[in-house]
Ligand binder design. Structure first.
Ligand SMILES: [Zn+2]
Length: 279
């Protein structure tokens, strides 16, 4: 998995990453294309996602007199190119569009899609690992207002564009670290919860994920999400990536679901690998 949101890589760098995967006989490239810190997937339908959401003011830049914004995005043509490049090396690209949390960049580009409906900046991050800090770092919400029909429609329309570029069977929709407090304080989300007979915010998240699951299933694809999608009830055809440890993966497997074990403790290779690595 490569995170192109928190830090942006050029297409040449992405291809070099694919070369490394192939050299190690790894045949799946999980491409984390969107997050709070920058939206990297070009959508023709929602151009503001990249015109606005792909760029942020990096901490330290104004102090150093730098006026340019940090960021970038991949055009649809470039992503097609990466898919073909990977395919020629036996690698399948699985895109991740993270929803309904980790959506700072999206909500910043389309404020009406958040529960607050206010203007907010794209979030920023410090450099790893020395100044890593908890996300998000900017005031505002990084959670989508899932109670609005318009929000669900937008998510599906973005996925339509994703499916056209990425032929992979599996499509990752994120689903991790959703701060449900925003839904608790949102009239629209509360009304939606009531309408659908959902007992709490976990069930509201589950309702949203199930919408995406059945949408992708209808299109002949399979949905993957991080292990938080177990909360409030797991969608019928979902595959779970267990990042918070092994428990979620084991639970999902026992329920008969496919699982990708990715516990951060052992296999997040960007974490400090020893005490020395942090000094
Ligand atoms: Zn809401």
């Amino acid at each position: 998995m490569l995170d192109s949101s928190r830090h942006f890589q050029t297409i040449d760098e992405v291809k070099r990453f694919v070369d490394r995967l192939a050299a190690h006989k790894m045949n799946v490239f999980h491409w984390h294309l969107t997050d709070g810190h920058g939206w990297r997937f070009e959508s023709k339908k929602y151009p503001n996602l990249t015109q606005h959401g792909a760029w942020r003011i990096q901490p330290g830049y104004p102090e150093k007199g730098k006026t340019e914004k940090y960021g970038g995005f991949y055009t649809q043509e470039e992503m097609h190119d990466v898919v073909a490049y990977a395919k020629a090396r036996g690698v399948t690209v699985v895109p991740e569009i993270d929803m309904p949390g980790h959506c700072y960049a999206l909500v910043s580009s389309y404020p009406e899609r958040g529960c607050l409906g206010i203007e907010q900046r794209v979030d920023y991050v410090y450099t790893y690992p020395a100044d890593a800090q908890r996300f998000p770092t900017h005031p505002g919400t990084d959670v989508l207002c899932v109670g609005q029909d318009e929000t669900v429609k937008m998510c599906k329309e973005i996925l339509d564009e994703v499916l056209e570029i990425f032929p992979s069977k599996f499509i990752h929709i994120g689903g991790d670290e959703v701060q449900k407090k925003w839904w608790k304080g949102c009239k629209v989300c509360q009304a939606h919860k009531k309408k659908h007979g959902l007992k709490d915010e976990h069930e509201l998240q589950s309702w949203f994920i199930k919408e995406l699951d059945s949408y992708l299933t209808k299109k002949g694809r399979r949905m993957v999400g991080w292990d938080e999608i177990l909360e409030g009830g797991l969608a019928k055809n979902a595959t779970v990536m267990s990042w918070q440890g092994e428990r979620g993966g084991i639970r999902a497997a026992k329920m008969g679901h496919d699982v990708v074990m990715s516990p951060q403790t052992y296999i997040y290779l960007d974490h400090g690998q020893s005490r020395m690595a942090r000094s």
